[in-house]
Design a protein around this ligand. Structure first.
Ligand code: DGJ
Length: 681
């Protein structure tokens, strides 16, 4: 066999299939054309070790001397075949010594330099195989000694955490039956001190919406790895996956990225790849979602006024949130009974939808199909459809519907709604952890349901929402169009949540809404300018009772929507850039057009700056040799200064990209919790 060299966009993957097992010799910076013909990679044999050089295979395990966390728990696998399907895809096959198990590994390097890997294990024997784990591992070099991953809680998703990668395993396991608010999200290892714009980094994400583990390991043996896989036996003895003869198990894709320009370099590969792989339907319509406007107070008159108010400021999609279906008066009941409540809606949703349509908007509807309330008619009719028989605690007073049993019912009910009503968008919610050992089965059944629904209604967009952002992953993104990023609309919290979620997910997939002045979740009051600037960049919307907004607020909102519509072709196709700031009170982020002719930046003050004069606004990612005119746009932020910087007093400045990046423009003295938006042409 041979050495495969996959190359794209400055990334190389070298896979050696000449021995008894396939080995990744290199994953990282591009290596150019020359590949050694000899094998200079064979390492020394240390004292007190196995008597042959230790080299990590694609399926590292005890049988080859790897005492770190293995890929596959049992047995010795030998290479039986490898071939490339095209320039950037290789299929490798290993078999167990007794040939009863065969593992096929698919490796694929995209034109953007994004690597994907997955294994498929087939039972070729006569007996059952119980599979406790099958994980995908990738080697990382010794310089990758600092880790970044994420944690969080409801309304505080994707909080970054950093630590040195010492000897041992740093493993994050999700047993939520969804990635969870504390999802590790993107396990990143880099050279110490890496930031948004600097440093070499290697990162992996598991494209999977169920239980999983994702880890980094540095072994005293001398190797480092990043690994991930579905958590197959989350606390249960015996394992979840049992393969009968002829059956096979396929792992989720491990998505892996390398960058030598920090975290923005990861986004520079991931965003174009995601855009090519699961394209968003552009332009993203501006949404009004009724949740924080009315909660469960569903009244045709109130909602019609809200729809008119939404249309008058330029909203394009009106989404009716929770509370419309039979018996749903609060969040304690009725999940599963997906029939329009006839006492609230005697003529169905038709009058509201007619009003929405007449106002020029399309209509979206909230659903939570995977759940069931114990007091619902569905639970009375099908008690056996409750996952795990309804044992364990309820959560938000609800239980989980076993999708392997309820698939046809849900498909029929959702199809009936989508057929009766002109619904353009489903907000698909999921408000509890599963707390089951059947997360894998349930997740596959969910994917199947979404696939069937999309095949029937390809024009209907779906949003993945899970108590905010507890299910944001590249597995479900193959089947949805938008993520609800978080339940908090507090702009300060949103700045951080969106910044970090956006390392992986491009902005057009991330719902960000303008909330009321006093955020419902935090009780914190924020200026309209900061709220608008925060919701400008993503898939924008409103989550506020606009009928209670003042006339001047409505004018500002209408102007903001006009600006968003003008800028969204840039915001939703451009390169996302984020500056590293030594002062935690300052955040700078922006989007630069792919041809670098146009850009929008936001300078945000989270708190009180450290110095009387804040650092200059240095704008990354521009064309160094191009002249840009920088102008403020949007609602002017509050400042406290005796005189503004000269260029702002003059209204604009024209400088090269190089000067803007290296010297920067003097910043105005924004008071805390303000945002200055800048447009560059
Ligand atoms: C949780 C979601 O994240 C909210 O936006 C809202 O849809 C509620 N569920 C409704 O119950």
């Amino acid at each position: 066999m041979t050495v495969f060299h996959l190359r794209a966009a400055g990334v190389s993957l070298v896979l050696d299939t000449r021995g008894t097992a396939a080995r990744i010799l290199h994953w990282g910076p591009g290596l150019g054309d020359h590949l050694p013909t000899e094998d200079p990679f064979v390492p020394a044999v240390p004292p007190s070790s196995i008597d042959v050089p230790l080299r990590l295979s694609l399926l590292p395990s005890l049988s080859e001397g790897w005492t770190g966390r293995p890929s596959l728990s049992a047995g010795e696998f030998r290479l039986i075949g490898a071939h490339s399907q095209d320039d950037n895809t290789v299929l490798v096959r290993h078999a167990s010594a007794d040939s009863t198990q065969e593992v096929t590994t698919e490796l694929e390097l995209s034109p953007q330099g994004v690597l994907r890997l997955r294994h498929r294990l087939a039972n070729r024997g006569a007996g059952e195989i119980v599979l406790p784990c099958l994980d995908v591992l990738l080697p990382i070099p010794d310089e990758a000694s600092e880790l970044l991953d994420f944690t969080g809680l409801w309304s505080h998703e994707r909080q970054p955490q950093r630590a040195p990668l010492r000897h041992g395993v740093w493993s994050r396991e999700s047993r939520h039956g969804r990635p969870g608010h504390d999802d590790a999200f993107l396990m990143t290892a880099g050279e110490p001190g890496f930031g948004f714009r600097k440093g070499r980094v290697w990162a992996v994400h598991l494209a999977w919406s169920g239980d999983k583990r994702i880890w980094a390991e540095r072994s005293a043996l001398g190797y480092g790895v990043l690994g991930a896989g579905e958590l197959l036996s989350p606390g249960q003895i015996g394992g979840e996956v049992r393969l009968a003869p002829g059956e096979s198990y396929e792992t989720p894709w491990l998505v892996a990225v390398f960058s030598d320009t920090g975290l923005d370099g990861l986004s520079d590969r991931l965003h174009p790849w995601i855009r090519a792989h699961s394209p968003a339907r552009l332009p993203r319509p501006v949404v009004l979602n009724t949740w924080e406007a009315v909660y469960f107070d569903h009244d045709l008159g109130v909602l019609s006024d809200l729809a008119d108010a939404a249309a008058s400021v330029g909203v394009e999609r009106f989404v009716l949130d929770d509370g419309w279906f039979a018996g749903r008066r609060d969040d304690k009941r009725a999940l599963g009974d997906w029939y329009v409540d006839s006492s609230l809606w005697p003529e169905g949703l038709h009058p509201l939808i007619a009003r929405v349509k007449k106002a020029g908007m399309d209509f979206g509807l909230w659903v939570e199909p995977e759940m069931i309330s114990p007091d619902s008619a569905l639970a009375a009719a099908h008690p056996d459809w409750i996952l795990d028989g309804g044992t364990g605690p309820t959560w938000r007073r609800q239980r989980v519907l076993d999708l392997t049993k309820a698939h046809d019912y849900l498909l029929e009910r959702l199809s009936a709604l989508l057929t009766e009503y002109p619904i353009a968008f489903l907000k698909w919610d999921h408000n509890r952890d599963l707390l089951t050992s059947h997360s894998g089965r349930q997740t596959r059944a969910l994917y199947r349901l979404l696939t069937s629904l999309r095949a029937r209604f390809p024009h209907v967009e779906i949003e993945s929402c899970a108590s905010g952002g507890a299910r944001i992953d590249l597995g479900i993104l193959e089947l949805v169009d938008r993520f609800w990023t978080s339940d908090t609309n507090d702009p300060l919290d949103r700045q951080s949540i969106q910044r970090w979620t956006g390392v992986l997910i491009p902005p057009e997939y991330l719902g960000g809404h303008l909330g009321a002045a006093t955020a419902h979740v935090t009780g914190r009051t924020s200026a309209l300018g900061l709220r608008l600037a925060t919701a400008l960049f993503g898939s924008a919307g409103i989550e506020w009772n606009l009928t209670a907004a003042s006339e001047s607020e409505r004018l500002d909102i209408a102007a903001w929507i006009t600006e968003h519509k003008r800028l969204r072709p840039l915001l939703h196709t451009g390169r996302v850039v984020r500056a590293d700031s030594p002062d935690p009170a300052h955040l700078l982020h922006g989007v630069v057009a792919q041809d670098r002719t146009h850009a929008v930046f936001a300078l945000v003050t989270l708190g009180t700056p450290r110095a009387a004069l804040p650092p200059p606004i240095r704008l990354p990612g521009l064309d160094p040799d191009r002249l840009y005119t920088v102008r403020p746009i949007g609602v002017p932020p509050r400042t406290l200064q005796d005189a503004p910087p000269l260029w702002l007093a003059a209204g604009s400045a024209t400088l090269t990209g190089r000067v803007l990046a290296e010297v920067g423009l003097p910043a105005p003295l924004l008071t805390p919790e303000q945002a200055l938006l800048l447009e560059l042409t």
